[in-house]
Design a protein around this ligand. Structure first.
Ligand code: SAH
Length: 361
């Protein structure tokens, strides 16, 4: 059984030729009618996947502590932009803001802005953040000018489209999505690389065997450059938390998840979450080339421990029932343990204009 989006994409490929992986990923996630994120709430046990803020309130609370501390280090500006990118259900911002409500002046100074593509999730965010009058954006270009920025993005960069190069018998080519012989199924193929794209292959990976895949993400690079522009113009910091790797390296990380199981990437586009691990090495290089200071990446577990998640869990446990205490313990392990999310998930910070370095690194 094909999906409506598969039929649309197959038609487009028959008319105009194959799509690169980035084009496929963008359509699969954000096609206006059938994109995965556009018409559903994918989170939680009944959904397709669970994220850190949905595991425990402690995650957002720690980010709140980080941000309030940073705001004070920045000299407690009277007004700043709190921007969360890809806020999902709005849980992280809601927990962060609740945790900081007693920080004198912080809420008065915070203007809440959200970068979000999904109409369904915007509604959930409006509910979670009722009272904070959030303003939504689809691009950084529409953010108000003249105010420092505190940007938070958890599991956002992994949703920005990547492209793939494939080492074939003929050398490096671009991996693309084509149609099968019947003209309706989607299959992988490859085609020549442009010389501009060829120049992206790091020299240390040129001698790799046939079948090797190298991922790159012009969309992420552009986004990071735009964030750096905002930071350079108005000061502030950005925090990126995501699954990913520290050093640019070959290997396929593109994945599709449905109902908490991995599924083939090209099957049922629009009905599974497609993402790819973040190349933190590339992220930090792009930021440094854009004239912004960088921190990390550090493992999520260490970052949360440094901010005091252990102590927070103890405080919450004091007022909890034994069942709740068990849940707290489980959540703490899930977020911080190296065998769970603690090491695969990493945290990188970018900052500019603040003499003081953000904490947690
Ligand atoms: N940060 C949340 C949700 C992560 S899922 C959490 O941790 O629970 C990814 C989020 O990014 C969703 O809100 C999705 O709708 C949004 N998103 C994905 N691609 C986007 C894009 N191109 N522009 C804006 N938002 C996007």
């Amino acid at each position: 059984m094909s999906t409506p989006l598969q039929d649309i994409l197959a038609q487009r490929i028959r008319d105009n030729g194959p799509l690169n992986i980035g084009e496929f990923m963008a359509e699969a996630l954000t096609h206006p009618q059938h994109g995965y994120y556009m018409d559903k709430d994918p989170f939680g046990r009944a959904g397709d996947f669970t994220t850190a803020p949905e595991i425990s309130q402690m995650f957002g609370e720690m980010i709140g502590v980080w941000a309030a501390d940073l705001w004070q280090l920045m000299g407690a500006p009277e007004s700043f932009i709190w921007l969360e990118c890809g806020p999902g259900r709005g849980t992280l911002s809601a927990d962060a803001l609740r945790a900081t409500r007693h920080v004198p002046g912080f809420h008065e100074a915070a203007e809440i802005h959200l970068l979000e593509a999904s109409p369904v999730l915007k509604k959930a965010q409006a509910q979670a953040l009722a009272g904070f009058k959030p303003v939504w954006h689809e691009t950084l270009e529409t953010l108000p000018a003249g105010k420092p920025l505190i940007l938070i993005a958890n599991e956002f960069l992994d949703a920005l489209p990547i492209r793939q190069m494939l080492k074939t018998a003929k050398g490096w080519e671009e991996r693309v999505v084509a149609t099968d012989i019947g003209g309706t199924g989607l299959v992988y193929a490859s085609r020549d690389l442009t010389s501009e794209d060829r120049a992206r292959i790091p020299t240390h990976i040129t001698g790799t065997p046939e079948g090797t895949i190298f991922e790159f993400s012009p969309a992420r690079d552009l986004f990071i450059k735009a964030v750096c522009r905002c930071l350079r113009e108005h000061g502030g910091a950005a925090l990126f938390i995501d699954y990913g790797y520290e050093r640019s390296a070959p290997g396929e990380t593109l994945q599709a998840v449905r109902a908490h199981e991995y599924v083939p990437v090209l099957s049922k586009p629009g009905e599974s979450d497609i993402s790819a691990h973040v190349d933190f090495g590339q992220l930090l290089r792009t930021a440094r080339d854009s004239g912004v200071h960088t921190l990390g990446p550090v493992p999520q577990g260490r970052f949360l421990q440094t901010l005091g998640i252990g102590l927070r869990a103890q405080t919450l446990a004091q007022k909890a029932s034994s069942v709740q205490r068990e849940e707290l313990e489980k959540a703490l392990h899930r977020l911080t343990d190296s065998a769970q999310m603690g090491a695969l998930f990493k945290v990188a910070g970018l900052y500019y204009g603040t003499k003081t370095v953000p904490t947690g690194f």
